[in-house]
Ligand binder design. Structure first.
Ligand code: ZN
Ligand code: ZN
Length: 670
């Protein structure tokens, strides 16, 4: 524990002059009856209990909740105070820290450090106890039966918990089962363990910290107006990832003991190490899904054979390209390199908006020469490669690629992919942040709290997100999936990835609990964070739900932008089916209404009424509804009077019923 860092908050800590004096013993949590594992907040002197441990012991989280409300960053574990020091925790930095002014900070609340005796185990001692529980012999005995090594086809669910919206950025991270590669949040680990009995997990955390804390993120207009719905490209939305720094932390986690061993660790059995390395290196199940959808497409469109492919003239200049070790002919770039298929020149790709990528040498070469096709070198493998047509300004197919590469001495079948394909880069970019998107120049006020949770974009998924937000504002959906979520989890024993009920219950919890939302209005912490402090990651990514709902559907399984109304109807159909299987009320029924058709015979004047069930009523857009931005926003009236549509409920006085002869089709009467 000698590697503790001085807290950034220590030297400048403001301590309130509230007259609080702490006695040398006999402490109790101010909010419950806990008498051990107590933490003294060094800003206001409040004594509150520590975190709840996984097995239900520990505290009741009162200290960390106090921090979330106040932003007061430092607390000392009361029972560990003694002359040499004490355990100091920085909530803001999410770490045990040093506080070089600890003596003075304690004195402020009347505690004389030199006179105190240690009465409780320190955090380091508790951790050492944990490591003993995970001894080498036990791990060796679990290596065969409780872990597998992922292959390139394994579905590794490392983005999202099966049962909740927890993810690697959740406070405890995500626990990825080393046997099945399912991810589970801490709250659902006992359930998962009780159902499957798997004992080894990779606790995977992604920690987001402020690089610089913006004075007011909200009122700064975005730097430029985006012109297309793509992120990270020159004319798309700029991600605001640069505000944050990220680090990863991994531990091996053992169930049911609930103990963690920080990684890397040299003493792990080979098989467990390979399993962990494989899980960390694997493409996530969600990314695999997106790549499969995107194969042979670019920006959602199917790649077409290039017009230049069949007639391409290749210069006989004797150039032969080695199978590796390439570099741009004009600069020192060694990745993102493109081989011009006309003259065999290797040059770097385009510069991305954030300054990464290449130096534009390949596209400049095209502008000088007009040689139209280039292949991305690192993507060449037996399955093909990324080919770009400068002339057509698109990713294209080249059915003669093998021959074109042969011309420069490259054997396609002997090559291995070493660089990211354009689809992989696109998917990565789409997974980045969208926080800064807003109306130009408008100060939007962020909303937060239960029911006000954002859905992150999963790549052209705004049509899905708007429907989901709408549905979970409807009481019947709230009842079935939010109020009923624990019974759904109890009942649904099938594969959670394929269970619509579980995925909708999970979404309901994500949207409505407030766990993943920004703080409600008036509940923002009093003290602003400092650079290096944990930064919140609000919002949820319902990736499993999206994949599940799109499964087998020709449109919704793609990453293309779709019609949200069609999606709404599709989802209602799935909900109806799963509700009937579960013998539960169909929450989508609230959308149903009857439409009355009135047929009148032109000759006899007789009338027939028929009614049918519908889920939607279409309106033509009134001229007074003003589109503010094409496809993006519409000012809709608060109330729409549909009274004129009221049916009359069947035959009216004076009408004679039109009877259809049994052998005559109804349409003949119209
Ligand atoms: Zn408490
Ligand atoms: Zn270059």
């Amino acid at each position: 524990m000698s590697d503790l860092q001085e807290s950034k908050h220590a030297s400048s800590l403001v301590q309130l002059d509230n007259g609080i004096k702490i006695p040398p013993s006999g402490w109790q949590c101010a909010m419950c009856d806990k008498r051990d594992n107590l933490w003294l907040n060094l800003t206001d002197g409040t004594i509150l209990c520590g975190r709840r441990y996984f097995d239900g012991s520990g505290g009741n989280n009162h200290a960390v909740e106090h921090y979330e409300k106040t932003g007061y960053p430092l607390a000392v574990k009361l029972g560990t105070i003694c002359a040499p020091g004490a355990d100091v925790y920085s909530y803001a930095e999410d770490n045990m820290v040093l506080d070089s002014k600890l003596e003075q900070h304690l004195k402020h609340f009347g505690i004389d450090m030199a006179k105190m005796k240690k009465s409780e185990k320190s955090v380091a001692e508790l951790q050492a106890d944990q490591h003993q529980a995970m001894d080498a012999q036990l791990l060796a005995s679990l290596a065969d039966s409780h872990c597998s090594i992922p292959t390139e086809h394994s579905r590794v669910y490392k983005d999202e918990c099966l049962y909740s919206c927890d993810n690697p950025e959740s406070p405890n991270g995500l626990f990825i089962c080393l046997k099945s590669f399912h991810g589970v949040g801490l709250d659902f680990l006992p359930l998962y363990y009780s159902r499957f009995g798997h004992r080894l997990y990779l606790q995977h955390r992604r920690i987001r910290r402020w690089k610089e804390v913006p004075a007011n993120v909200v009122e700064d207009p975005p730097a430029k107006k985006p012109t297309r719905l793509a992120i990270g490209t020159a004319d798309g939305f700029a991600g605001n990832e640069s505000q944050y720094s990220f680090e990863e932390s991994n531990s091996l986690y053992l169930m049911p003991e609930a103990v963690a061993m920080p990684l890397p660790n040299d003493c792990l059995p080979e098989r467990i190490r390979l399993s962990i390395d494989g899980v960390l290196a694997a493409q996530s199940a969600h990314t695999l899904e997106l790549l499969a959808q995107a194969s042979n497409t670019w920006e959602g469109e199917t790649r077409q054979e290039s017009k230049h492919a069949s007639s391409l003239v290749q210069l006989d200049n004797g150039i032969k390209i080695p199978p590796s070790g390439w570099q741009c002919a004009k600069c020192d770039k060694r990745d993102n390199l493109w081989l011009n298929l006309t003259d065999g020149t290797i040059l770097c790709g385009r510069r991305y908006f954030d300054g990464s990528g290449g130096n534009n040498h390949a596209v400049e070469h095209y502008e000088k020469t007009g040689y139209p096709l280039a292949v991305k070198l690192g993507t060449i493998c037996a399955q093909g490669a990324d080919v770009y047509s400068y002339a057509e300004d698109n990713m294209v197919l080249d059915s003669k690629l093998e021959q074109h590469l042969n011309h420069f001495g490259i054997d396609l079948n002997a090559m291995r992919k070493v660089d990211k394909t354009m689809n992989e880069l696109e998917i990565e970019a789409n997974m980045r942040e969208w926080d800064s998107i807003q109306e130009t120049g408008k100060a939007l006020v962020p909303a937060g709290g239960p029911g006000l949770t954002g859905l992150r974009n999963l790549g052209n998924s705004c049509y899905i997100n708007s429907v989901l937000q709408l549905l979970f504002a409807v009481p019947s959906f709230v009842r079935r999936y939010y109020d009923g979520r624990s019974s759904i989890l109890e009942r649904e024993r099938s594969d959670p990835v394929s269970s619509l009920d579980i995925q909708l219950a999970k979404l309901a919890d994500g949207l409505l609990s407030g766990k993943y939302s920004a703080p409600a209005k008036g509940q923002q912490p009093e003290q602003p964070p400092k650079p290096g402090d944990l930064a919140p990651a609000y919002g949820i990514r319902p990736q499993m739900l999206r994949t599940l709902v799109g499964r087998g559907h020709p449109e919704f399984s793609t990453s293309r932008q779709q019609d949200s109304f069609e999606f709404f109807l599709h989802l209602l159909t799935l909900v109806e089916r799963s509700s009937s299987l579960a013998q539960a009320d169909n929450p989508g029924r609230v959308f149903a209404f009857d439409v009355e058709d009135r047929l009148q015979c032109g000759q006899s004047g007789q009338v027939a009424y028929k009614s049918r069930r519908e889920l939607s009523l279409k309106f033509t857009i009134d001229n007074n509804w003003c589109p503010k931005k094409l496809d993006v926003e519409l000012d809709v009236p608060e109330f729409i009077d549909i009274g004129f549509l009221r049916g009359c409920g069947g035959l009216q006085p004076g009408e004679v019923e039109l009877k259809f002869p049994a052998d005559q089709p109804e349409s003949a009467a119209e």
